[in-house]
Design a binder for this molecule. Structure first.
Ligand code: SF4
Ligand code: SF4
Ligand code: SF4
Ligand code: FES
Length: 948
């Protein structure tokens, strides 16, 4: 195995269709117009020396190393900044050029410390490479870089160091931060020989605006910015391309290794979702895989109050099988079920639902998507005919108006946010519909044209008001609607949204958003060119989540913003494989590809292949399983890679349900909160230890490749197979590719998918079949999947969760960049340095009324429960609204969330809870107990580690 080498062409690819032909060193070369001479030379295999250029960034032209000679032109222009032209004759190697380049390198080297042998970039340094490439043999101005400014080593960032003495001031880092990441955290301070890279106002990296995406580290051609892991372990010797296991962006990475140790994760330029970029989680937060709290041996116990006992895999699997069979014999076949994981691969998820349907003999399977994007499934299937986003991420490059509803991409989908910011800096307009002033409302060089800070729970009203403006002001794209949608349904909908109660003026009273802002936003979306809607859990996690998704679809159809690049309706999926877990048939009523279980022909296909009869009726959803457990009819649960106690609403109800079961089996990396109620713990494997596929928010199927053997002994799909076999239904697979073959055989939208095909194409966006053998980047181009687009009347119904004298504030929740969901992985990395605890954001007015100062402990109480956390006073939230993240188990924000849920899908209403906030002395009693328990388990883990 070797390192996967990606060619650096020096400047970005030109997207022009017109081509030109030039001659380089006597060889003709045809390239798209706008291509630099440097890139044209690289594409034909001629490397021109360079330092300040890299193909991730626009050409800058500062180092003067890439000089060329052009017939008929005076001087020696820089090849990175000079576009190739028709008929141009270029020379890259002449005596004059050699002399000039050596002179440039002499100056660089005289300014650079010559500790190459002990430098962490030795062997992986472009300065070294260029000294070799230009044939530098002596330096007339002395060595050692004594004159170079050296403000000292900055080790403040937990993942990388900044060693200014090695800086060649090429500005690649500064430009990467601006162009790729869009954070503008770096600047070049000083002048001439005194120039130096500086984060913010000469702060440390950690205390600056830096969000630790690592783009600057990747861009740096020297060891000036370098990963601490490289400094510690050494340069990598082989790499494996795989897919990030955090969010739904689905970034592609090269896992660069030494033996079976990960040295660093380098974003893969050929990754079509991320195009060589990443965020702090994917690039740096992989250390949890080696965390000492990771459980590597199976454990069992008789009662949940007993201590755990380590056992062999054989004994653990035997216990699972015998318990599940006993329970079914005693309480009936429907008394057990399973929960699939959106963190696991498609193949693993497919097998869990197969285990439930074929081995358990019922349809009691559900997934965590229940609590996030199930309304997307319902809403988009109803209106468009398929349960997925309509676009690829590249589409945003063609968007003129971005509408962002209930999503906070800079925190939750950071790499896509960077691409979106780039488009906004190019001039696209932005409308943000969110109760909070998220970063994108105003961030360097980006300002939203409209921010509609609606009262939580009023999404549908606002969308109806936007539609009201579109219809009543004659902004409907009638041609699109007549050709592509059901006209009668449209007419009914148009009449409905035109009613006075849907006018911006009426909705302003409900939502708190001024009518003029609603009107302005509607006009901009309808008339501003290509309009694309991106939305997140702020849309779905409501009692009207499915209604909101349909209202979004209505608006897009009415304005003709569907079916071409630059437009569309795009759910930003939360977890890495939440799209895949839904696609794989994880819901109780659907087989893979969203086909209803009651469809006889579909079921017959599965029955024929699986050799088992399948139940016709849908099984239980997660909340129904818990209800049934409390009622005594549901007794056994297999939970793969989920922590329902922490992630599901109304914690008290979840714990009561789990406690009422006789056999809870948890398969995970760590003893999570749900495992407190488990009888069997099966250690899971990380994404680094398995093969399979994930599907991101663009429907993109990408390979997850094993970079090391599973530390627990098995990949997760193998464990599911072991359980099934022990229960009497062997599943015969040697490799996950065979599971994907089965998925493709049984699922029309995946018919053309195989591991081999994904290897060939890099990734595939479903549908992929005979009609679309290379997949489908943009959906509904010539017609909707369901035929005619369906307009649905979306009447606003206020949630039953109301504020009142006891609970006068509305709580809404969200994520922060450095953490991921319940934090099981990110809390076990240095990412905690950015977010050590969940805080309650409260408006200064509400804080003052309650005598709360910044940093005070406050009690957060709802009618469901109470917790305590510290206050953060900020105007990011409007008066009357409070906000918190849910990454730390000792906060358990879900203790206060209620049992209300989406009318169609049961997706919990996380985003609206009526609460009261009051000063308190510290954590509640249960939090203190929890902290003590956590301290004990850390002590035990440390003792075991020391003994080993
Ligand atoms: S890590 Fe990212 S955000 Fe921080 S300075 Fe580098 S490029 Fe900018
Ligand atoms: S830190 Fe690296 S990328 Fe930035 S200017 Fe210095 S050498 Fe160039
Ligand atoms: S967490 Fe999301 S944005 Fe960050 S690297 Fe992973 S997939 Fe990309
Ligand atoms: S690479 Fe062209 S000027 Fe630096």
């Amino acid at each position: 195995m070797s390192l996967v080498q990606e060619i650096d062409y020096g400047t970005p690819r030109s997207k022009a269709e017109k081509t030109i032909t030039l001659t380089i060193d006597g060889q003709a070369m045809t390239v798209p117009e706008g291509t630099s001479i440097m890139r044209a030379a690289m594409e034909m295999g001629t490397k021109i020396p360079k330092l300040c250029a890299t193909d991730m960034l626009d050409a800058f032209g500062s180092c003067r190393l890439c000089l060329v000679e052009i017939d008929g032109r005076p001087g020696t222009p820089a090849s990175c900044t000079t576009p190739a032209a028709n008929g141009m004759v270029v020379h890259t190697q002449t005596e004059r050029l050699k002399r000039l380049r050596k002179g440039v390198m002499e100056l660089y080297i005289s300014e650079h410390p010559l500790d190459c042998l002990t430098c962490s970039a030795n062997g992986d340094c472009e300065l070294q490479d260029m000294a070799g490439a230009v044939g530098l043999r002596e330096v007339r101005y002395g060595y050692g870089g004594a004159r170079h400014p050296n403000p000292g080593l900055d080790e403040s960032n937990p993942y990388f160091t900044y060693e200014p003495s090695k800086c060649i001031v090429c500005s690649r880092c500064v430009r990467a931060c601006e162009e790729v990441q869009g954070t503008f955290a770096l600047t070049i301070a000083g002048r001439g020989f005194g120039s130096v890279v500086s984060p913010g106002m000469e702060e440390s990296f950690f205390s600056s605006e830096c969000v630790s995406c690592g783009a600057c580290v990747q861009a740096c051609p020297t060891a000036t910015l370098n990963e601490k892991s490289v400094i510690e372990i050494g340069t990598p010797e082989h790499s494996v391309v795989t897919t990030c296991a955090y969010c739904g962006v689905g970034c592609s990475f090269k896992a660069e290794m030494r033996g079976d140790e990960v040295v660093r994760m380098v974003p893969f330029k050929d990754g079509k979702a991320n195009r060589g970029h990443s965020c702090v989680k994917g690039r740096f937060a992989w250390g949890y895989a080696n965390h000492r709290e990771r459980i590597l041996k199976p454990m069992i116990r008789e009662k949940i109050t007993d201590p755990w006992r380590e056992v062999s895999w054989q004994e653990a699997i035997g216990r699972v099988a015998s318990e599940f069979k006993r329970i079914q014999a005693k309480y009936g076949p429907s008394s057990i079920g399973g929960i699939t994981s959106s963190r696991c691969t498609d193949e693993e998820t497919f097998l869990v639902q197969k285990l439930v349907r074929a081995t358990f003999g019922n349809n009691n399977v559900d997934t965590c998507a229940r609590v996030c994007h199930s309304p997307t499934g319902y809403g988009l299937s109803t209106t468009f005919g398929t349960s997925a986003g309509t676009q690829d991420f590249d589409s945003v490059e063609h968007t003129d108006v971005v509408v962002l509803i209930g999503a906070n991409p800079t925190d939750a989908h950071p790499v896509f946010a960077s691409r979106m910011k780039k488009r906004l800096r190019q001039g696209a307009k932005l409308i943000v519909i969110d109760p909070r002033q998220i970063d994108l409302v105003r961030t360097p060089h980006v300002a939203a044209a409209y921010h509609l800070p609606l009262r939580p729970g009023t999404n549908v009203a606002i969308l109806s008001a936007l539609a009201h403006v579109v219809v009543t002001e004659g902004l409907v794209n009638e041609k699109f609607v007549r050709e592509r949608c059901d006209w009668d349904e449209f007419s009914d909908w148009a009449a409905f949204v035109s009613e006075p109660h849907n006018s911006p003026e009426a909705v302003a009273k409900i939502s708190g958003v001024p009518a003029e802002a609603i009107r302005g936003a509607a006009r901009l979306y309808a008339t501003g060119g290509n309009g694309a809607i991106y939305y997140g859990l702020g849309v779905t996690e409501h009692s009207q989540g499915s209604t909101t998704v349909m209202a979004i679809a209505n608006l897009a159809m009415a304005t003709g913003n569907i079916g071409r690049p630059g437009v569309g309706v795009n759910p930003l999926r939360g977890q890495n494989n939440v799209q895949g877990s839904c696609d794989m048939g994880s819901f109780p009523h659907e087989l893979s590809g969203y086909r209803h279980i009651s469809n006889d022909a579909t079921r017959a296909m599965f029955e024929a292949l699986w050799g088992k009869p399948l139940e016709r009726e849908p099984g239980l959803r997660i909340p129904n399983m818990l209800d049934a457990a409390v009622d005594g009819s549901f007794k056994g649960l297999y939970v793969q890679g989920e922590d329902i106690l922490q992630s599901d609403p109304d914690t008290h109800h979840v714990s009561a349900g789990l406690a009422a079961m006789e056999c809870v089996v948890v398969q995970d990396l760590f003893l999570n909160e749900t495992a407190n109620y488990a009888h069997v713990f099966l250690p899971g494997s990380t994404f680094l230890e398995k093969n399979g596929t994930f599907i991101n928010a663009e429907r993109r199927i990408q390979l997850v490749r094993k970079v090391m053997a599973p530390k627990n002994g098995y990949e997760d799909w193998e464990i599911t197979c072991l359980i099934s076999e022990a229960m009497g239904y062997p599943m015969h697979y040697d490799h996950p590719s065979q599971i994907m073959d089965e998925i493709a055989h049984l699922t029309p939208t995946f018919a053309g998918v195989s591991f081999k095909r994904i290897e060939e194409l890099g990734s595939i966006q479903w549908p992929c079949n005979e009609k679309a053998p290379e997949g489908t980047p943009v959906m509904h181009i010539n017609g909707f999947v369901r035929g005619k687009g369906k307009f649905v009347i979306t009447e606003y119904v206020p949630t039953d969760e109301r504020t009142g004298p006891r609970f006068p504030l509305l709580l809404t929740t969200g994520r922060i960049l450095s953490q991921y969901n319940v934090g099981a992985q990110t809390r076990r990395t240095a990412n905690v340095l950015w977010h050590e605890e969940d805080r309650l954001e409260i408006h200064p007015h509400d804080a003052e009324q309650r005598g709360i100062r910044d940093g005070d402990w406050v009690k957060l109480a709802s009618r469901a429960g109470e917790t305590a956390l510290r206050a953060l006073i900020t105007e990011r939230v409007a008066p009357g609204v409070v906000y918190t993240t849910f990454h730390h188990p000792n906060t358990q924000a879900n203790v206060v969330t209620t049992e209300y849920s989406d009318w169609a899908t049961n997706c919990p209403e996380y985003k609206v809870t009526a609460v009261q906030v009051a000063r308190s002395n510290g954590p509640t009693h249960w939090q203190e107990e929890y902290d003590e328990m956590a301290r004990n388990s850390r002590r035990i883990a440390a003792t075991i580690e020391a003994a080993e």
